[in-house]
Design a protein around this ligand. Structure first.
Ligand code: G3H
Ligand code: 13P
Ligand code: ZN
Length: 309
């Protein structure tokens, strides 16, 4: 199967109320683990690459490795630019065979976000590529904000409607309380499902995207900390909330942190338990297995995208 856009997988997800995992990739082990897990579950999958991942691995390597994954599996795979910072980066990815790009204009005011998103949409659509945009700001738990400021960060459903009409974007990332990284909530985890419902009411046919959606798997945090790591108090979105999001209109769920934790936990464990090991295949192999296990769990038990290929 060749690389696909997210169009068909999102249509199916909206009709059948499940979510598709979008997993960040940085090197071969991530790509193999994610696509093997998706292939075994017969699930569609999105491989996403940030600009810093492009800087780290370079486009020619990433492209060829993704091509290899497509060649060795039999599921729909989309290659997506995560958090495209500007038109030029989006264009570079579109010109290099990506099937989907995100233009992240959430750092701008509404009008500038509309302008840059529309610019990317016009170019992407002329090349058959789809575009994810973002409206609203994902809070970091470290940002000390008051309630009024906090409310202003969430996506406004009326603005979301206007934004999609004016830009023609294919999917929309919204802010309902998630945040990037391993420290998402100070107290209880809480997502604004009321805002999600209002956005879906206004935009029933627009696939909705949830960023910052790692569950920060407690067992992986513990494995890191028990083997010399120091990531106390890490906290993510509980699986039940992500499942609820997938059942209620979220079509794409972004996961990076959990895969980083999976890799780091196993590398730390091997180094700690087997100090004589210096064959990278031993610790990277264990890391790859842990990433695969993490992705399998999400696909099968949380996103419910198994057998939806
Ligand atoms: O949302 C951001 C992703 O986790 C990518 O992070 O820019 O460090 O690759 P990165
Ligand atoms: P996490 O940091 O929760 O994994 O979110 C990743 C993400 O949103 C990538 O765009
Ligand atoms: Zn993100």
């Amino acid at each position: 199967m060749a690389l696909v856009t997210t169009k068909e997988m999102f249509e199916k997800s909206m009709k059948e109320h499940f979510a598709i995992g979008a997993f960040n990739i940085n090197n071969m082990e991530f790509i193999q683990a994610i696509t093997e897990a998706a292939n075994e579950a017969n699930s569609p999958v999105i491989l996403q690459v940030s600009s810093s991942a492009i800087k780290y691995a370079t486009l020619p390597y990433l492209k060829k490795m993704v091509e290899a994954a497509v060649e060795t599996t039999n599921i729909p795979i989309a290659l997506h630019l995560d958090h495209g910072p500007d038109f030029e980066t989006c264009k570079m990815c579109i010109d290099n065979g990506f099937t989907s790009v995100m233009i992240d204009g959430s750092k701008y005011d509404f009008e500038e976000n509309v302008r840059v998103t529309k610019e990317v949409v016009d170019y992407a659509h002329s090349k058959g590529v789809v575009v994810e945009a973002e409206l609203g700001k994902l809070a970091g738990v470290e940002d000390d904000v008051n309630v009024a400021e906090d409310d202003a960060r969430y996506t406004d459903p009326d603005q979301a409607y206007e934004f999609v009409q004016r830009t023609g974007c294919d999917s929309l990332a919204i802010a309902i309380g998630t945040s990037h990284g391993a420290y998402k909530f100070k107290g209880e985890a809480r997502l604004r499902f009321d805002i999600l419902a209002k956005v879906k009411e206004k935009l029933p046919n627009t696939p909705i995207v949830l960023h910052g959606a790692s569950s920060v798997v407690p067992e992986l945090v513990e494995m890191c900390n028990n083997n010399g790591g120091n990531i106390p108090g890490a906290k993510g979105c509980p699986d039940e909330m992500l499942k609820q999001a997938g059942e209620n209109g979220v079509s794409k769920i972004n996961v990076d942190t959990d895969l980083r934790l999976a890799m780091t936990a196993q590398v730390r464990r091997v180094f700690n338990e087997e100090p004589s090991v210096f064959d990278p295949r031993k610790y990277l192999g264990a890391a790859r297995e842990e990433i695969k296990k993490t992705v399998s769990h999400k696909i099968n038990d949380v996103f419910c995208s198994a057998n939806k290929a």
